[in-house]
Design a protein around this ligand. Structure first.
Ligand code: PLA
Length: 467
C-alpha cells in the first residue's frame, strides 16, 4: 500500500503492517529526511522520495552526525601495508609487509595436516558448537603448555601452570597484560627497542606502563648485549620484561644460549618477571624444541613467568585466532587462584574463545601421526625461508650492490631487518611496487625464487640512487 501524504503514515515509510516500534535506526533516519524533503517540496510524495533516497550507509547525513568530529586514524604500520598493496594494480607488485607465509608460487598455504584435522572435525557428528568455558578448550590448553614447556616439564607435572586459550598471540599478550595490571605489584613492562609495533599499544591499553631496553645495535646489525644488560640491570626490582622467545621481530636477532643464560641470571637476581612472546615457535630453526629453549631455561629454574603462544605462523592458522596464555606459578594452589582471576579478565572482554581453531590444534597435537606430519611441514616452511635468505644474499653479492649484506643470512625467523631507511623503502614502493614496513623490515616468507631478482634490482637501485 502506498502511503498518501494526508494519511497518518505520511511521515513514515514503514509499511502499514510493520509497527513503528520495530523500524530500524536507518529507517528512522531515512524517515526524518523524507519528512524534511516532503515539507520543503510538497509536490513530491513520500514514495517518490523513498525511491530516490537510498538508506545506504554512504548516504550523506554528516552534518547532524554525532560522529562528525571523528578524525580519520592512520592505517596500522604493518597491516596498512597490505591495504596499500591491495590498491596497487601493478602486475609486479610484491607484498613483503605482514609476516604471512607464501609458497614458492606466492600463494597462502593451508597445511595438509590442518586440512586433515579439519576433515576429521567436520566428519565427527558428536562435535557441537556450544560455548567453550571461559578458559577455552581443555585439551588444547594442556597440549599447548606441553608444546612450549616440554613434555617432561616439572612445572606441568606439579600442576603449577595455568593455561588459557586466547585470541592468538595478540589476545594472549592482552589478557596477560591486564591480569598483571590488576594483580601484580609492579606495573612497568620493559619491551625491547625495537619490537613488534603492537607491543606498546597492547600493554598500554592493558593498563601497564611501557618502557624500553636496548636490544639492537644498528652499527653491527646484531644484539646490543651490553646495553641490554645495563638497562635490565637498572630496571626497578620486580619490573616485567617482555622477551621474544625466538625469531625476534623485527630484527631477526636472537641472543645465544650463553647470552640467554646471562639474561636469566640477571633477571632472577633482580626478581624481574619474564613475559615471553612466542609467536614463531618452529619457524626460527625448524625445530619446535630448539625454538622453545629460552622459555624452558626460565622455567627450569623453578621461577615464575608468563608465556603468550600463537599458532598463526607455525600452523598457518592466522585467521583462526588461536593461541594460549600460560602462567607458570610456584605452586598448584597459586596457579588455580591465578586462573580464577584470569577468567575475570576474559569474561567481560570476549566472554570465551572460539572453538574451531583450538579444535584443529588439539586434534593435531594429540595424534602422533598428525603431529609428525606437522613438524615436517613446519620444517619445510622454515627451510624455504632460510633458502630465501641465501638466494637474496647471493643475488645482491652477484650484482655488486654496495654494503655488507651478511646480516640477511645471519638473522633468524620470518624477517630480515635490511637496514634500508624509510626514504629507500618509499622509493622501492613507488618505483618497484615492493611493499614493506617503513623500518626496512621485509618478510622473507613473502619471497620466492621468481621474485628475488625484482627485489634485488629494487634494493640495488635504492642503495645506489637514494640518499
Ligand atoms: N607477537 C609478535 C612478535 C608478532 O610478530 C606477532 C605477529 C604477534 C605477536 C601476533 O600474532 P597473532 O596475534 O596473529 O598470533 N606479527 C605479524 C602480524 C606477523 C601482525 O603484525 O599482526 C607481523 O607482520 O609483524
Amino acid at each position: 500500500m502506498r502511503p498518501q501524504l494526508t494519511s497518518p503514515d505520511a511521515h513514515s515509510i514503514a509499511s502499514p503492517s510493520s509497527p513503528s516500534s520495530a523500524i530500524s535506526a536507518s529507517d528512522r533516519r531515512l524517515n526524518a529526511l523524507v519528512r524534511h524533503l516532503v515539507d520543503a517540496s510538497p509536490a513530491m510524495d513520500s514514495q517518490n522520495l523513498k525511491d530516490t533516497v537510498s538508506a545506504s550507509p554512504t548516504s550523506g547525513f554528516h552534518a547532524d552526525s554525532v560522529f562528525a568530529h571523528v578524525v580519520r586514524a592512520p592505517e596500522d604500520p604493518i597491516l596498512g601495508v597490505t591495504v596499500a598493496y591491495n590498491k596497487d594494480p601493478s602486475p609486479v607488485k610484491l607484498n613483503l609487509g605482514v609476516g604471512a607465509y607464501r609458497t614458492e608460487e606466492g600463494k597462502p598455504l593451508v597445511l595438509n595436516v590442518v586440512r586433515r584435522a579439519e576433515q576429521q572435525i567436520v566428519n565427527d557428528r558428536a562435535r557441537v558448537k556450544e560455548y567453550l568455558p571461559i578458559v577455552g578448550l581443555a585439551d588444547f590448553n594442556k597440549l599447548s603448555a606441553k608444546l612450549i614447556l616440554g613434555a617432561d616439564s616439572p612445572a606441568i607435572q606439579e600442576n603449577r601452570v595455568t593455561t588459557v586459550e586466547c585470541l592468538s598471540g595478540t589476545g594472549s599478550l592482552r589478557v596477560g597484560g591486564e591480569f598483571l595490571a590488576r594483580h601484580y605489584h609492579q606495573r612497568t613492562i620493559y619491551i625491547p627497542q625495537p619490537t613488534w609495533g603492537n607491543h606498546p599499544k597492547v600493554f598500554t591499553i592493558a593498563g601497564l606502563s611501557v618502557k624500553t631496553y636496548r636490544y639492537y645495535d644498528p652499527a653491527t646489525r646484531g644484539l646490543n648485549f651490553q646495553g641490554l644488560l645495563e638497562d635490565l640491570g637498572s630496571a626497578p626490582s620486580g619490573a616485567i620484561v617482555l622477551l621474544h622467545a625466538c625469531a625476534h621481530n623485527p630484527t631477526g636477532v636472537d641472543p645465544t644460549v650463553q647470552q640467554w643464560e646471562q639474561i636469566r641470571q640477571l633477571m632472577r637476581s633482580k626478581a624481574l618477571l619474564p613475559f615471553f612472546d612466542s609467536a614463531y615457535q618452529g619457524f626460527a630453526s625448524g625445530s619446535l624444541d630448539a625454538d622453545a629453549q629460552s622459555v624452558r631455561m626460565f622455567v627450569a629454574d623453578g621461577g615464575e613467568c608468563l608465556v603468550a603462544q600463537s599458532y598463526a605462523k607455525n600452523m598457518g592458522l592466522y585467521g583462526e585466532r588461536v593461541g594460549a596464555l600460560s602462567i607458570v606459578c610456584k605452586t598448584a594452589d597459586i596457579a588455580s587462584r591465578v586462573e580464577s582471576q584470569v577468567k575475570l579478565v576474559v569474561r567481560p572482554m570476549y566472554s570465551n574463545p572460539p572453538i574451531h581453531g583450538a579444535s584443529i590444534v588439539a586434534t593435531i597435537l594429540k595424534d602422533r601421526d598428525m603431529y609428525n606430519e606437522w613438524t615436517i611441514e613446519l620444517k619445510a616452511m622454515a627451510d624455504r625461508i632460510i633458502s630465501m635468505r641465501h638466494q637474496l644474499f647471493d643475488a645482491l653479492r652477484a650484482k655488486g650492490t654496495p654494503g655488507d649484506w651478511s646480516h640477511i643470512i645471519k638473522q633468524i625467523g620470518m624477517f630480515t631487518f635490511t637496514g634500508l631507511n624509510s626514504e629507500q623503502v618509499a622509493f622501492m614502493t613507488r618505483e618497484y611496487h615492493i611493499y614493506m614496513t617503513s623500518d626496512g623490515r621485509i618478510s622473507m616468507a613473502g619471497l620466492s625464487t621468481r621474485t628475488i631478482p625484482h627485489l634485488t634490482d629494487a634494493i640495488h637501485a635504492a642503495v645506489t640512487g637514494v640518499v
